[in-house]
Structure formats: C-alpha cells, structure tokens
Design a protein around this ligand. Sequence first.
Ligand code: IVH
Length: 672
Amino acid sequence: MDFKDKKEVQKRIEFLRQELEKHNYRYYVLNDPQISDFEYDGMMSDLASLEKMYPEFASPDSPTVKVGSDIAGKAPGTREFRQYRHRYPMLSLGNTYNIEELQDFDRRAREGAGSSFNYSCELKFDGTAICLTYSKGRLVRALTRGDGTVGDDVTDNVRTISSIPVHIGDVPWDFEIRGEIYMPFASFNALNEERLDIGDQPFANPRNAAAGSLKTLDPKEVHRRGLECVLYHIIGDDLPFKYHSEALEWAAGHNLPVSKYSRLCHDMDEVRAYISEWDTRRKTLPFATDGIVIKVDDLALQTRLGYTAKSPRWATAYKFKPEQALTRLLSIDYQVGRTGAVTPVANLDPVPLSGTTVKRASLHNADQMELLDIRIGDYVYVEKGGEIIPKITGVELSKRPAEAEVPHFPTICPDCGAPLVKDESEARHYCLNEACPTRVKGAFLHFISRKAMNINAGEATIDQLYDKGYIRELPDLYRLNMEQLLTLDGWKEKSAGNFLESVSASVKVPFGRVLFALGIRHIGETTAKTLAARFGNIEAMEKASREEFLEIEDIGEVIADSLVEYFGNEGHRRIIQELRDFGLQFADNSAASRLSDRLSGCTVVVSGNFTRPRDEMKALIAAHGGKNTGSVSGKTTYLLAGEKAGPEKLAKAEKLGVKVITEEEFYSIINS
Ligand code: IVH
C-alpha cells in the first residue's frame, strides 16, 4: 500500500473515531441518539477492522478501547452527581449481528476451556447499566457505569425503585450486583404523553427515558416514572459460588430482581434455539430487549478467559437487527400540539411491519428531516425500535424518483396562520399565538384533566364549547350556564347539571394542581407542587425574579425562564385574577400550618443524610419561616449538613464563611 492510501486509511480512522465519540455523547450523556444502534455498531465494527489491519494507527483513546461515558455533569443543564471509583471496572460487551461470529466466540471459548462447559443465555435488556453494592445485606451504593472506571452516585434515586430491595437479610459478605434499569413500555408511553402535554420533548425510546430518569434530581419523580430493574452479574472477592447461574439463583432467593427468562444451554445448538425462540417471543414482552447475552457459566473458566480492555472474553451479545420495512413517503402533515409545538408526521404507503400495518411515522422535527435529506415520493425505511410509534430511519437514495420533492417545513401555523418560531435548544417549531384554536382547545383539555382541575368532561365537550364560541380563555369555563349548555347537541338538563357541578367543585382543587392546570410550559405536576409549597401563593411567584426561581433545588434555567415569561405577560396575570375571583385556590393552605418564625429571613441549604427524610427537613425549614435553596452562596445563612454531606458544599460554605450546622443544632434553633 502506498503512502497516499495509508493517509486515507488514517483519515477514515480519525473520521470514524470522531463520529463515534459524537454519537457516544448523544447516547450516553444527552440520552438523545441520532442514529440507530445498528448503524452505530456498524461504524464501530468498521473502525475495529481498520485498527486490526493497520495496528500502527491503534490508540488507547479509541472508542473501540474505551467504554462510552454517561457522566452527567458533562451535559448542559444537568446536575453533577457525586462520583465514585468502581471497585471492579464496569465494562461493556462485545456484540455481533450474525450467527457465524457467535460460532467464532464459541470456538475461542472452547479453546480456552479444554473441557466441556455450559452457557447461560439471557435476554439483553435495553436500559441503562447499574452497579449496586450490598454490604452486610444492605444496599449502600448505586453507581452508573460512568466511564467504566468512575460512575455517578445515583443511590437516592435507585432506592425509590420498588423492585430493588434495600435490605436482603443477613448476608455476611459484601458484594456488587450489576444489572439494568429499564422503563417498561407502559410507563414510557405514559411519561411521553405527559411530556408532550407540558411542552417537553418526548424521549426517543424507553432506554433514553430510563437513563434520563435515573439522572433526574428528584427521587420522588424517579419513583413516579415507574422504572424497573433486572440484575444479571454478581461480583466480589471470594464469593461462595462456582457458577454464574448458581449466583443468580442465590440472588433470586434473596428477593433481588433476576430475570426468569435465562436458560442454561449445553451447546451451540441449544444457544441457537434460544436465540430463535426469543427473536419472536421478545415482541410479546412489556419491555424492550435488543438481543441475547451468552455467558460462560463456569466462574473459574470466566476468570481464565479474562477480559480485553473493553469487554469480557467470557460473554458476548447477539443483537437482533431492527425490523425494517421499505415504503413510499406520500406526504407530510404538520400537527400542532397543545403547547403549540409543530410535529411533522409522515403519511406512508401502508406497509406491514412486526405484526401491524404502518401508515404514519413521526419525523420528529425540521432538523431530523434535513438530516435524512427526505423528499416527498422517496422510498424510506421505517423501523419500530423500542418505541411504539414507528420512525423513519433512512432514505433509499437509489430509488429516489426524479420528481421527488423537497418538503418545506411551514413558516406559519397550519391551524391559525401565525408565524412559527424555532426553539433552537429543542429543535422544534412553535406556534406562539395563544388564540390558535388547537392551542386553546389543548389548554382547556389540560386544564380539565384528572391531575389538574379534574372537571368531568372530554375532548368532544371542549370542541362543542369552543365551536359555539363559549370558551376562549380559561375563566370562560366558570361563566358557563345551563341555558348555554342546553344549546349543545345531545345535552340534557342532567348532563349539563353534572358538568356545572363538576366545574363548581373544581374551585376546591389545591394550589399546586391549579398551578399545574394553568399549563405553563415545562411545569409538570411535580414542579408545580414544589413551587406551590415553596412560594405559598401566586403573588409571591408573580413577583419572583429568575434568580429566585433558580435558587430552588430542581429548578433549572429552562423552567425559570418559562416562569418569568409566563408571569411577565399581563394577559396571564389578568386570567389568574379572574380565576381567583371565581374562587380558585391560589394559595397553599398548608402554609397556615406555620410552626414559628424562627427561621424567618434565613436561607438554608440541606445536604447529606439525616435521621428523617430530607424532604421532611425541608418542610421543617418552611414551617419555621425559612427558605430552602439548592446551592451555597453568599446569601446562605446555614448549611444544614447531615451524614455524608457533599464535600463541594462544605468547602464552599467554608470559603464563604457560611455557618455549617448539624441536625441537632438545627433542632435547637427551631425549638429555641
Ligand atoms: S452482562 C462484563 N447481561 O448490555 C459485562 N449485560 O451492550 C457484563 N445488558 O454493558 C454484562 N442485558 O449494560 C449482561 N443479561 C445481560 C444484559 C446486559 C443488558 C447490557 C449491559 C452491558 C450492555 C452491553
């Protein structure tokens, strides 16, 4: 090979490394991948072959050698978790999409073994890896994989996952057990519906949703999202097991969530049978899987086979190719949602895919359309990944008809004609016209929903009321009367009476839910409750500055900006006043349960563990008139430091001369 060729090889290697690094970041840190696993694995395997053929270009920093990192602090706007070094490195798995390569894996394992052995075949769960440490039978720490060497400490969040026991009885030895945190389809769909409802970008698939949720700030929110866990690997020094399957059985006997779908296989015929069985059966599972993991069962043999820099030689993954169909893109609809977000939806020539006929697929946003370079009339690949809504993953350029047309993302709202505005941070287009019919109806639907004002009505009623011109702004609901309702098709005195009663009853709904019902962008149920408890009433929120919102733990820039923008709008303030005149709750009555003013004017930061839950400590601060904030600053009065308080917070308090108090000192202040 001449020099020029080698230069090209080097360029290609560098290109692949850069691309893979970029996709690692999108996948592991942002939880927002741009390409499918299949494409990613293809690039990785190309890079590995080139590095093997040209060892002179090998590098210890190559993505073929390094494990992709999920460390959260690297993502804009995410919290930095405390990090700990893994006792044993947390590696990845080799993978293949074809049976021949699996035979190669088996051949190498047999060469290393010398005598016969079994494989443990397991499902490959599509979630995010977790490492749990149990000491004397108690869960003491949960770390993400991180970069394989150091992981994020997500113990508080993991403790909220119901299937993970915090105590498993008296076990005299310490061990680590690793597995996957995943989000079942049902929870995933519910979460995405809710995110769309509050104007947040939905998660692309259950894996991203699980990984993103595990890194949220609020353990209660993590609990609410319905994560599950499955554990598949025990490690420790001098553990009393000879076989992997034996270790997992022991774990199952101690209430640790272990998969019931694993099987011991005695030879490759049995392994192949397991694969073909699960290639079909996995479609009936309520959670996402992306392949099969094959592990040498004998632990002594595992040790003999050992590890490469990135993965074990005693295990590998056989991944399922995503099912794809090729069909024609007929047209694109642009749908306006409740929050004004405009989503492009592809209309397809109907095509069968994994048991259903696909007619429509999401195109996500304008950037995605551009990335795919999609044209109307193109033949496109549709895939159902973990997600239920199919997506377009590629265009078959060789089949592009001459007359294929470049689609133009609308510049005006398809419903009301107002100009669309692109939100760069979310890559979505929004209709900002609050009088846009779709937005108005959406706002009412959200307002009346069960978790908001819980008014007994649905979409059909809102449509009827809107079409008659009876409702345009939220307070209009409280102006409705019997006479008007009886003009609606199919309404009788009884149904109208029930409806009016339900509207009247809604004035009792507590402040936190009213705040959620207002439909402020990015304010979900939990955030609304936090704000209600923290501010106590709406006037305080109307007056609050961006900085004051930002001081609250769990409130980031996106939410703070949204609140400032909402309350800065005179129309919104008028609507709030009118709703208030109708008797809706705009103050938190629990504020009446104020215990004392001993912390009045004090700002307290809470860090570490206490004899009671941290939330209770925060509630006590509020009950005694204090303000709780998330980070130590010049304005902080006390840093209330419990066991294992954050070292950064302690250092900052010392630097700024902020008084650090213990739990006992805190009680003596509030009880003095
Ligand atoms: S065993 C030393 N078993 O897939 C590696 N991993 O793509 C031990 N995964 O990093 C891993 N299901 O996060 C193992 N039954 C299973 C698995 C599994 C899912 C994940 C795991 C791994 C990744 C590799």
